[in-house]
Design a binder for this molecule. Structure first.
Ligand code: MN
Ligand code: MN
Length: 329
């Protein structure tokens, strides 16, 4: 820890956030949740890493500024999560691993760099919680996951399917990562699911295509009409006991809850619904996750950044829950 930034009391072996009773939350470096940097502690169980890349977007740009915005909005996160009765920064060592530098002018290069950066971080063992960046980055992240775990169940929260084929003839964009991942054999075709789908599609073939590529679909309308607990049951039934990679496009939230994003769609989930659905993963095998498409230039009053930081916090809590269940420290 830097001088003058005492940690909260945590069990031996973990360094928690800067103590907010000693240093105001608005002071000091903006690491995620004011956690230590990866070079400040001897080991990491989870690395929070930024990927400031948005050259794959089809509409509003700006998600390259997402990682720094989510870090800034995460200053208010506190050490204890009462909903899951866990201290996510005490049960496991969470660190901020900075950003993966990637080429803003060449999407293929950037994809290679993200894959290499993710694999380098994972080499010493930690899970990743990646802050995007646009959704293009899910493809190289899934390549890294598949190398470690084999094909993973992708739990994909998004207004959009992101299993389209090409845009302007380009196969690597923020609307195509899960088709490429399916084609490359990176995903578990029997346990993957889209949640929060809504809005107009390009064609009547979009939904049959996405099913063929391995995804069940749970729409926002179904969440509304069947209720949240029925939706959670469907989600858990689909996931089973597979290793799960969670990919959260912040546009799964209604624009009222997350205006700062690239391709907003009306009629989305509330932040409350999304956080509840994430907590339902607590006893499942979440191997890593990302939160993408936060574009701060379109944000107001940090709504989107705060929502994204709380999504990250719930995902870290879910991973902590799993760790507490399977490890004695
Ligand atoms: Mn989307
Ligand atoms: Mn997306």
């Amino acid at each position: 820890m830097p001088d003058g930034f005492p940690a909260d009391a945590t069990p031996p072996g973990t360094v928690g956030p800067v103590d907010a009773s000693q240093v105001p939350r608005f002071a000091g470096p903006a690491t995620f949740a004011r956690l230590p940097r990866i070079d400040e502690v001897p080991n990491a169980d989870i690395a929070v890493v930024g990927v400031p890349f948005d050259s794959g977007v089809s509409y509003r740009p700006g998600a390259r500024f997402g990682p720094s915005h989510v870090r800034q909005a995460s200053r208010l996160l506190r050490p204890y999560n009462p909903a899951l009765e866990i201290e996510p920064f005490a049960v496991q060592q969470v660190v901020d691993a900075g950003d993966i530098a990637c080429n803003p002018f060449d999407i293929a290069s950037a994809i290679t760099e993200v894959e290499a950066g993710a694999k380098a971080l994972m080499a010493s063992g930690p899970k990743l919680l990646t802050l995007g960046g646009d959704h293009t980055i899910a493809l190289p992240l899934l390549r890294a996951m598949a190398e470690r775990h084999g094909p993973v169940a992708v739990l994909h929260f998004d207004a959009h399917l992101d299993t389209w084929d090409t845009y302007f003839g380009s196969p690597y964009t923020h609307g195509t990562p899960f088709r490429r991942a399916s084609e490359e054999g990176l995903i578990d075709l029997h346990h993957s699911m889209h949640v929060g789908i809504r809005g107009p599609l390009y064609s009547t073939s979009d939904l049959p295509d996405t099913e063929r590529l391995g995804f069940a679909t749970l729409t926002c309308a179904e969440v509304e009409l069947q209720g949240l607990s029925a939706a959670v049951d469907r989600m858990r039934a689909r996931l089973g006991d597979a290793p799960i990679y969670v990919s959260v496009d912040i546009d799964v939230l209604d624009p009222a809850h997350a205006p700062g994003t690239g391709t907003p769609e009306a009629g989305g989930l509330t932040s409350r619904e999304l956080l509840t659905m994430l907590r339902a993963l607590a006893d499942l095998d979440v191997v890593s996750a990302d939160i993408v498409e936060v574009s701060p230039a379109y944000d107001h009053a940090e709504l989107t950044g705060i929502a994204a930081s709380h999504v990250a916090y719930e995902l870290l809590s879910v991973m902590a829950h799993q760790r507490r269940s399977t490890h004695v420290r």
